[in-house]
Design a protein around this ligand. Sequence first.
Ligand SMILES: Cc1cc2nc3c(=O)[nH]c(=O)nc-3n(C[C@H](O)[C@H](O)[C@H](O)COP(=O)(O)OP(=O)(O)OC[C@H]3O[C@@H](n4cnc5c(N)ncnc54)[C@H](O)[C@@H]3O)c2cc1C
Length: 575
Amino acid sequence: MATEYDFIVVGGGTAGCVVAGRLAENPDVKILVIEAGITNPGDVDAITTPARAFELRDSKYDWSYKTTMIDRPEYTRIEKPNTRGKALGGSSCLNYYTWIPGSAATFDEWADFGGDEWTWKTLQPYFYKPATYHDDAGLHRPELKYIGQSGPIPVSHADLIPEMAPFRDALTKAWVSKGEPLTDDVHNGTMRGLWKSLNSIHAGKRSSSWLYLVDKPNVTVLGHTIASRLVFSSGGGSTPKATGITALLPDNTPVTFTARRELILSLGVFETPKLLLLSGIGPGPAGTFLPSPHVGRNLLDHPILPHVFKLRPGHGLDPTLLHAGPLRDAAVSQYRWKGTGALASGLLELVGLPRIDDRLAKIPAYTAAKAANGGRCPFGPQGQPHFEIDFVPMFSDAFQWHIPAPEGDGGEYMTVIVDLLRPLSKSGTVDLVDGDARTAPRVNLNFFSDGLDLVAMREGVRWVDELLMEGEGMRDVVVGDYPWRMPRAGDEAMEKMVLERSQTGFHPCGSARMGKDIEHGVVDGKLRVHGVENLRIIDASVIPVIPDCRIQNSVYMIGEKGADLIKAAYPDLYA
Ligand SMILES: Cc1cc2nc3c(=O)[nH]c(=O)nc-3n(C[C@H](O)[C@H](O)[C@H](O)COP(=O)(O)OP(=O)(O)OC[C@H]3O[C@@H](n4cnc5c(N)ncnc54)[C@H](O)[C@@H]3O)c2cc1C
């Protein structure tokens, strides 16, 4: 095996595969991808079958991080597992598919960190470049093709499976009856209303970033291999230069690989800062090689509050997907022979993106925070939605592992996920536990460190529950809370419930954020690590302001933009 390459991409995840695939467009350029997980996710049924996504939690394809969720003086919760993909394609092999960019105004805030190259207008083409949009059944406006013309990732609208029609209809009716809008386009920088989700699924199969590497013989992928330390040249200049990476092969033998041009770190939001820390780049005493105060700081994520309603028969997919019996047998057979039906569904057909100003305006703590913010809503100063609300028409234990699964009662359920999109808490951290590259880092998401997030979440749950329990159509479908009643009447009881049941939205980012200089962030606007030559970070770690929706489209965008930044630096290779 060669040990010298033009570029080495460390971490073959979502962004890593994008970068490697784009750099490989010059067939003379040799690229190594070092990946800790499997290299053949396309052969794994549980990964490729859309409706099996929830089964991947805590599987051998999951890093299953132990994570501090909440770290408040009166309440701390540490739990396991927190999912991240361990496979070529990374978390794009384990995620829940929604393909959505975010609000223009939120990306414009990135310019304060990365400069003028990081605004919605300049980034817009990169949001669309990864995808090819499909509407095989011709159900949507042809104009929506702009979402993706020729990228390697096929995306399509939620499959609208017939079993879910009564659920969809009731939910849409309830949404409209409360005066809320519907939308069919959230990719133009504005997102508001109930939307038929677009997913990284097409023709019954998951689309993951390893698709960028298909037919790229100049990319060598080394699987089951753990990157453990960066190697720097001791050369005469004042700025150290990254020259290589030491990695542990599957039998734990260390091997050092050398990059003729650059190393690109794409190990994801927890492992990228860990590798920097292991290599002596970090804050305080961790910065033995290079003090860099933001490594492993500024960790952001969306807190979510998942909860469950029991539904009247005919509205949930539990009998079709979760219970052994003729309905499930038929679904399995339909998927096997035709690639369609409930198993081909990402299960998240409808996504709501509301603001709840009227409710928040009644809360003194909120109005005080708004006044202190120059009269602008702290959660959505430019009209961004306050929440993403996902409606899964069955019991989903991937979101609700704290509560007993309703086994054997033959019932039908709905899991509602309330996701606070622009939380004010911004103090998560990633730290080393020890010096062994195989040890997981210590992750603290530190949700609700700002108490106003707790209030907002409480109100978001009340808002959507009122819509579901009282809205036209849905009020005839919802039977009641499962497994116990939500304490909707009391503020204190609601906040306690939020602390006890909230979860990661699976959108952590920001742990090696962009910044103007080393005192402001870890990488510059070209994604180069401040204080080191020949080293870039291209993954969710560099995100300075969390997107106000799910983040895979943003991560693919960063991969595409990052690849172009590298190409621009090497005109001899990419003229
Ligand atoms: C369960 C789940 C559901 C989600 N649902 C959605 C959704 O519906 N919509 C959406 O937009 N987003 C969703 N996301 C978020 C989105 O998928 C991620 O933010 C994104 O994929 C992260 O990409 P990344 O490149 O930063 O990291 P990753 O894709 O996680 O890639 C990191 C890679 O580095 C490898 N690696 C790590 N350490 C080492 C090491 N030491 N040596 C070698 N390799 C290493 C990992 O194995 C992995 O392949 C979800 C995420 C999860 C986990």
